[in-house]
Design a protein around this ligand. Sequence first.
Ligand code: ATP
Ligand code: MG
Length: 429
Amino acid sequence: MSKSLQAIRGMNDILPEQTPLWRYFEGTVARLLDNYGYRQIRMPIVEFTELFKRSIGEVTDIVEKEMYTFDDRNGDSLTLRPEGTAACVRAVLEHGITGGGQVQKLWYVGPMFRHERPQKGRYRQFHQIGLEVFNLEGPDIDAELIVMTWRLWGELGLRDAVKLELNSLGTSESRGRYREALVEFLSAHIDKLDKDSQRRLKTNPLRVLDTKNPETQAILVDAPKMADYLDDESRAHFEGLKARLDAVGIPYVINPKLVRGLDYYSKTVFEWVTDKLGAQGTVCAGGRYDGLVEQMGGKPTPGVGFAMGIERLVLMLEALDKVPEELSRQVDVYLCAFGEAAELAALSLSERIRDQLPNLRLQINAGAGSFKSQFKKADKSGALYALILGDDELAQQVVGFKPLRGQGEQQSIAWDALAAHLATCVVQG
Ligand code: ATP
Ligand code: MG
């Protein structure tokens, strides 16, 4: 196939074999969020470029080199969203739903776009489930976000495979004082820093802490620590968060080098990381952004949120063999019909059964090949039972009912009794 007719590198189809696992994951998260009282919001995938520059920060990896930006036919500069927070903040401001201190607990799911080097766990179109909470400023809500993800890992069977890293970036004032101290320290070692870090020292010095370069990391061992520059309020907030995590029994490590790649964070930042995915180890990341709404033209409004990468979590479920057994079966009952009259009867019979059992997963394959080939398909579908409807069954108004997994003889069941019979033998989720 010519290259221009193929999918774009780093943008993947999610094939029918994979979608059950995606839906299981998304469904589990959605149910959890419902139960904690979060409401879904849906934002557009494209926004004005300016929105992302203003919120994420001009000197960040995302804005400097990862955005898909283009001019539309009016000449407006638009960008495919690289993350969800900016658009969510824009939406709540535009609709005035955080005004007057109204609390909003919102979540979203969908594709994000970043022009990065594609590799396992890193793509150019990827998917996030994220949430944002507005107008709650205490550590209890930071804790709720983390507790909720901890519960999610429990439900998915991933608790042993993830680790929580925490840090506090303080208020913008205390971060400013820390930045000065860091710049002073790093400037004294500038010759030994890697090229990227030398550049970041001038543009966004905190990001030097994020370096992957071993020599720069060695220098950072003696660098000043944010913890020593925290203002009293941020310190109390951080202690409050830790006390809550301790109370629930969630293990964590403090990582003083955790700064996150976006400019808008303040106070709490956290990441859930795993060593099961190679270099792409962060599966969920977030933090507090008390200054962002004001920076975007709103009234001062505390905010906190996180986003998790669906691809990485799906990869983890597969790698750790945590894919629930029942996902391999998408069909409960498979109805095979033979002969024109029987096919007609099969259609109306199956519709009657659907009326009575709306959750039954019933596949009908009338008119598709010989008895043998239909039976093969029934078996391959993973269905628990095959129903057989040919001329003989039609004459007697019955179906052959054949268990496909395990024991049990084929039996004859009257059409009128079929729904009741299926209800007793198919456990519906
Ligand atoms: P990383 O350090 O891996 O580049 P990030 O800090 O850029 O991640 P965030 O902007 O915090 O990531 O996004 C939240 C989550 O979204 C990440 O923890 C990750 O699970 C997922 N994610 C981010 N970028 C990608 C990508 N290009 N492909 C797949 N998932 C991604
Ligand atoms: Mg990144």
